[in-house]
Design a protein around this ligand. Structure first.
Ligand code: F6P
Length: 538
């Protein structure tokens, strides 16, 4: 499968061949209002894409492509419940969780509304002290047990928005490595701790192992039988299975097969957010995402922030040869954003075939990585400025990131803008030679001071890090991911690639117990298994 229509694809190939020799600085000189024209705004976010190696010809072709692939109609399909997850034969209605296009969905809307009001009631009763731990202690800590989509979103949002006066402290345990849970529990009192078992499938080994270990920890404090239910909540599509854990029905919340795990923080799988930060915060998060949904539904392609993000990524990865995308939030509050986006974009769009099983003849998702600025500057930015790999970047800069020390916050923003400028202009060979000469370097050594610059990147400015802007930001990336999937002709809502490893892990457990025939594995795996067994005798 190639990018279609073929004529536009050919035109984009030709234009990109011409553009690739250009410099973005020249594009700025040629178009004095470039910074204003290559920018769009939505729901408290500004996307400045003027520093991409993209001229008006390329941009017009991309907009034509958006029209010819009818991205606006594709978005309506998504929010109206078309069967966009073709391999699992389901819609993907995460937008409904925040009330978007609710009138189209009858029973589903009623189920969402009912679940939200049950969540609000439980959260409020806990905060008001009406619901306590089994021995009457107030609940002070919530531990979210989940992995992937049942962890990364709530973890990001809690970390971004938590404040000293938040109603509860939240902790997130995902790894099956017992260190993760054990270290978390060290500081907690079982009588005032509430666990949320978050698993859409309720079969995920990591989560069920941690839940069983958490239950044993409560048991050691004498919290057993019905009392256990006062310290546990479950969120899953399999509510009967959760009931088998002695969790009373009023503490079992549904999610639905039409909500993908990595799109699910808006559902009851995000209840840890509401428990830790308060119900109004959760509602504002949904409202911010809904605002982005509305913008995406009603804006023309050139002003449609998520659509523009998708077109830029298509341009960069399919026509200018970049294969990695780095996300650089200049806000400590957003340090988990790259982790969340890794699952969202790579589990969604890391595919090799079309929904019809045709091999793709183009690349799918780029590798996404990143970390909070300025930390990365002292680590991998060297490669960004002087390495040989082509990449794109999103520099995310909240304009008012908090009330902390003004001079430190100004320094942080200065670094964000400085990096953006350095990525754009670099340091020319002549400047490098002069600088080197001043240091007493010969010409060969001075060449090491040259930075090519011309690295395409976006600046994403946010008013602040609030529940609304964060909801809008995450929804923008969700829709960007979907639009790209449409353009690349793949299903972003399944994840068959992760199943093989889970299956083999079952055999490996037997091998590590000495119960699997050695002949079934390669020698290298066998040697590693023997080394593990030797280090862990029965
Ligand atoms: O293994 C991948 C995955 O299925 C993700 O898609 C999902 O977010 C995660 O595991 C957790 O799944 P569950 O919520 O069913 O435990």
């Amino acid at each position: 499968m190639a990018i279609e229509p073929a004529a536009l694809h050919e035109a984009l190939l030709e234009t990109s061949a011409a553009t690739s020799g250009e410099r973005v600085e020249t594009l700025f000189q040629a178009l004095p209002d470039r910074a204003e024209r290559y920018r769009c705004n939505a729901a408290g976010l500004t996307l400045d894409f003027s520093k991409h190696l993209l001229d008006d010809d390329g941009w017009q072709l991309l907009l034509e492509l958006a029209g010819s692939r009818d991205l606006p109609e594709a978005f309506r399909d998504l929010i109206h419940g078309a069967m966009v997850n073709t391999s699992e034969r389901r819609p993907a209605l995460h937008t409904l969780l925040r009330g978007t296009a609710g009138s189209h969905h009858g029973d589903k809307t009623a189920a969402v509304t009912d679940t939200l009001s049950r969540m609000a009631a439980l959260v409020t009763a806990i905060h008001d002290g009406v619901i306590k731990g089994a021995n009457g202690s107030p609940l002070t800590d919530v531990v979210n047990l989940g992995i992937g989509g049942s962890d990364l979103g709530p973890r990001l949002i809690y970390d971004a928005l938590s404040a000293h006066d938040a109603p509860l402290r939240a902790h997130f345990v995902a790894n099956i490595d017992p260190e993760d849970l054990d270290r978390t529990l060290e500081a907690l009192n079982p009588h005032s701790t509430l666990f949320v078992i978050c698993s859409k499938s309720f079969t995920t080994e990591e989560t069920l192992t941690n839940a069983a270990r958490a239950r044993a920890w409560l048991g050691r404090a004498g919290i057993i039988g019905d009392a256990l239910g006062q310290h546990m909540i479950a969120v899953t599509t399999q509510v009967q299975r959760a009931g088998e854990w002695n969790i009373p029905p009023e503490r079992c919340f549904p999610t639905w097969d039409w909500v993908g795990g990595r799109y699910s923080l808006w559902s009851a799988l995000g209840i840890s957010i509401a428990l830790a930060l308060g119900w109004p915060v959760f509602e504002s998060l949904l409202a911010g995402a809904r605002q982005m949904d509305t913008h995406t539904e009603h804006s023309a392609p050139g002003e449609n922030l998520p659509m523009v993000m998708a077109l830029l990524e298509l341009w960069q990865t399919q026509y200018l040869g970049t294969d990695t995308h780095v996300v650089l939030p200049y806000a400590q509050k957003l340090r988990h954003l790259p982790d969340f986006l890794q699952q969202l974009t790579m589990e969604s769009n890391g595919k090799r075939v079309s929904p019809e099983g045709e091999p793709l003849s183009h690349h799918s998702a780029p590798v996404l990585w990143g970390s909070a600025g300025t930390i990365g500057q002292h680590s991998y930015y060297q490669l960004l400025h002087q390495g040989t790999r082509a990449f794109t970047a999103d520099i995310v800069l909240p304009l008012k990131a908090g009330d902390g020390d003004m001079s430190a916050r100004r320094a942080l923003a200065a670094h964000a803008l400085a990096q953006s400028r350095a990525l754009l202009v670099g340091r020319s060979a002549e400047n490098a030679r002069q600088l080197g000469a001043a240091c007493g370097f010969d010409d060969a050594t001075s060449r090491q001071l040259e930075l090519l610059g011309n690295h395409s990147h976006s600046l994403i400015l946010m008013d602040n890090v609030s529940p609304q802007t964060l909801g809008a930001l995450i929804a923008a990336y969700e829709h960007k991911t979907y639009f790209l999937a449409v353009l690349l002709d793949l299903n972003p809502f399944d994840q068959w690639g992760v199943e093989l490893g889970k299956e083999i892990a079952t055999h490996m457990q037997q091998l590590l117990k000495g119960e699997e025939a050695e002949a079934n594995v390669d020698n290298a795996t066998m040697a590693a298994a023997k080394a593990w067994r030797a280090a862990n005798p029965d």
